[in-house]
Design a protein around this ligand. Structure first.
Ligand SMILES: Cc1ncc(COP(=O)(O)O)c(C=O)c1O
Length: 433
């Protein structure tokens, strides 16, 4: 093991991080190589800086005229230069500031400075690398974003354990969560992934559900170290005032010294810039000091350096300027309202269907937020339904042959009724008489 890794591990000794790190996480460090040496040179090499692998002219990063034309409004440092490994400092600071505004319970909580990654997927995968070993289990609701399978199960050989997301009354199944969490620790730790608003159900729990999740994890943390990841991809898209509107990370950040809370979020969906590839990873645990936070960020810097080195400067610069723009908040609220209007229309379509005697083949699952809603298919196969819909020119997603996921965020409000008419028609046509 490198001395630098040993040094970081010593700084984290005695904390939950030391108890939950994977073998790879323990080995990870940030080398005192090109990146670190060029950062030193930036501060001290007043005459010539011949460190980093970038071409400069008259003190500015070189660029081709066509690129300059296409990035007018940005300096070449803001467009084509390498960004620091963990992201543009001003963007990290501002993202954290906004995170605290949106999650007031995080005020006065010691957090790591958000580390920039190329999208939430990269953040989730780095977390899997950092904490998951082959003998660990990841606890998930039985409706989850399929990519967790690749990141945790296939790449890290981790087992996946599912709990029934909803009870018979259509509420969050806290009892099933508690029971599954009690049985899901393996390899000396418990790993939990919570994604609200959920993909594929579009569900966010209530404050009392969140209380119960917290209580379950706090009780378990007495006997086992826990890593709990909040995948906040769809943060802020809430369409009911009965929901827990902060990230569940806020409820867990200082819940217990044996719970490492991880927030993975990003501009992808929150700021309607899917292809920008800008995500963030933030950590907290009760008792985390600034030194622990720095050591953890340095581990993450090593992780980043070893896979993609840094994230896109261009995307980060544009995002930073957008976040600082005086019209940003109003424009974002406007976009959120567009999605909410689609949700409201969808709700009215479902209510009307229920009134007229719901198609027995399709039961809508609880949905109050996000981009998606899902139907549970009864007596028909979801994949068959999807293919039938494709023949009608309608694209949806089938999950486990049992659920049909509909991304209502992708369809204009004026077309929502027609979309659902097609879905109900196709389901009825497939239902055996
Ligand atoms: C729950 C969830 N997490 C993460 C992501 C991926 O985000 P990104 O595109 O930033 O990698 C998605 C994208 O569909 C998602 O649905």
């Amino acid at each position: 093991m490198s001395n630098l890794a040993n040094e970081l591990n010593a700084r984290l000794e005695g904390t939950v991080v030391a108890r939950v790190m994977s073998d790879l996480g323990r080995r990870m460090f940030f080398p005192r190589g090109i990146v670190a040496q060029s950062a030193e040179a930036k501060a001290r090499a007043h005459r010539f800086n011949a460190t980093v692998g970038m071409a400069y002219q008259d003190g500015e990063p070189m660029t081709l005229p066509v690129i300059r034309e296409l990035t007018a409004g940005l300096t070449t440092s803001e467009s084509v230069a390498y960004a620091p490994t963990t992201g543009l400092p001003a963007l990290r600071t501002l993202w954290q500031q906004r995170m605290i505004e949106k999650n007031p319970d995080l005020k006065d909580v010691t957090l790591t400075n958000p580390v920039v990654v190329p999208g939430l997927t990269a953040g989730i995968s780095l977390i899997a690398d950092m904490f998951a070993d082959p003998d660990n289990t990841l606890l998930l609701p039985d409706l989850f974003w399929g990519n967790y399978r690749l990141t945790f199960a296939e790449r890290r050989l981790c087992r996946i354990r599912e709990f029934p997301f909803f009870d018979n009354a259509g509420a969050f199944n806290s009892a099933a969560f508690t029971e599954a969490a009690r049985g899901a620790s393996s390899g000396g730790k418990l790993m939990v992934m919570l994604n609200f608003p959920n993909n594929p159900a579009g569900f966010t729990p209530s404050p009392s559900d969140v209380d119960r999740i917290r209580t379950t994890l706090v009780n378990l943390a007495e006997s086992v170290p826990i890593v709990v990841v909040a995948d906040d991809a769809y943060f802020g898209l809430n369409y009911s005032d009965k929901l827990y509107t902060q990230s569940i990370f806020s409820a867990l950040a200082t819940a217990h010294p044996n719970i490492l809370a991880v927030k993975v979020d990003g501009a992808t969906k929150e700021d309607f810039v899917w292809g920008f590839r800008v995500g963030f990873v933030t950590f907290s645990f009760k008792g985390m000091t600034r030194d622990h936070a720095d050591a953890l960020e340095t581990k993450m810097a090593g992780m980043i350096r070893s896979i993609f080195s840094s994230s896109s400067t261009l995307s980060q610069s544009i995002l930073l300027k957008a976040l600082q723009h005086p019209d940003y908040a109003a424009q974002k609220e406007q976009a959120r309202k567009v999605l909410e209007a689609r949700f409201r229309t969808l709700q009215s379509v479902l209510a009307a269907k229920e009134k007229e005697g719901r198609a027995p083949a399709l039961t809508p699952l609880p949905c109050n937020s996000g981009y998606f809603m899902s139907f549970r298919c009864q007596g028909i196969n979801a994949e068959e339904l999807r293919l039938t819909l494709l023949d009608r020119g309608v694209g949806t997603i089938s999950v486990k042959d049992q659920y049909l996921r509909v991304a209502f965020a992708g369809v204009d409000e004026r077309d929502i009724k027609e979309l659902y008419r097609e879905i109900f028609d196709a389901a009825e046509a497939l239902t055996p008489s």
